[in-house]
Design a binder for this molecule. Sequence first.
Ligand code: GCU
Length: 420
Amino acid sequence: MKSVFMLPVLCTVIFVRVGLGQDFEPNYEESRVPDYALPDPLRFEHGGQVGNPEDWKERRAEVFRLFESEVYGKSPEWDGELRAETLFENPDFLDGKASRKGVRLYLKRNAKEIFFDVLLFYPNTGQPVPAFLGLNFYGNHTLASDAQVPVTQAWIRNNETMGSSENKASEAGRGKRIPNWPYEAILSRGYGLVSLYYGEVDPDFDDGFRNGVHALYPEEARNEASWGSIAGWAWGLSRVMDFLETEAWVQPEKVAVLGHSRLGKAALWAGAMDTRFALVISNNSGCGGAALSRRKYGETVGRINRSFPHWFAANFSRYNENESALPIDQHQLLALMAPRPVYVASGVEDRWADPRGEFLSCVAASPVYALFGLQGMPVTTQPPLDQPEMGHIGYHVRSGGHGLLPYDWQQYLDFADMHF
Ligand code: GCU
């Protein structure tokens, strides 16, 4: 009797522990990284060798489809209407050196309409300029010290340090993220900056895909390969790109897409889905981003799928504790950018994101750049701390931990100067 009664209790306990990964012990020992063999980016599924850029087009399509079905899920073709409304405009920003404006982008499809607010900064040079585009974590008001930029009303991940409560942002967060988005330095180097709050594109919780961009496609049957939130955020970046193509101040052929952490994963997938992004930057993106899954160092596929079930296609969880069965690894995500430049940055203390695994991914993506006669990652041993390496693939591991810091931005600006 007792054992029958105990069974559901026991199952619940096991489920909760495994489900939330509370007993997950990340591996931080290089000596405990298993032996693994990476899939060859230059080998077709039928076994043939990719010998030139023409072949790569075909091979790229294979690799792309695998990431779509097995990792991020398939995003729909955009077939709705995009409308932009200017919310505010300040042509005298920074003593007239720059302009700042807020634009609400409405996305309408059939009976449904959603919007996201985009914050734009650009130098008053009178000439179109290149720009960086990135999603932010806490709302556009965290990138502004004055009240012109309203506090986001969207659902927000609760974070006491941002002064939010009950998933609502407040004035307390105003300006707090300017150090992570150093617009003065970016503008003075001749670049524009465009940012928007990721939660307006798709809220970061397991909502059954009822909100954000998913809500525009209610007829899409949810299946194992449907788009998760990372694909939603990435897809939203493409809608901002649609809008940027209509803006006079920007050179749309020189837009770099960038993101930190989960939004670094989204920036990489955006760069893979949309080749209009001329340069792609992953800041501390880690597992499911730039880091090799097969190393199982720090965060693993099983752990990320259990903690954030809404980020990926359901299919990705088939590889929990089973990474060697993955038909791709993350170096092939970087390779999907080729021949466009891509930059990967790590923080040495951010072991959860596996800095070495991010570097090795850059090395393993390089043969695809070589196919185009380009140098991918210039070195094969991880560069010392704070010594960036820049080919068509850039990499640095900087001092410190998880974060998008002014040091990172300096390298991105140099890398953009080099390629634009
Ligand atoms: C968690 C998660 C990471 C992610 C990070 C972030 O740490 O495990 O995969 O990159 O959050 O987005 O800050």
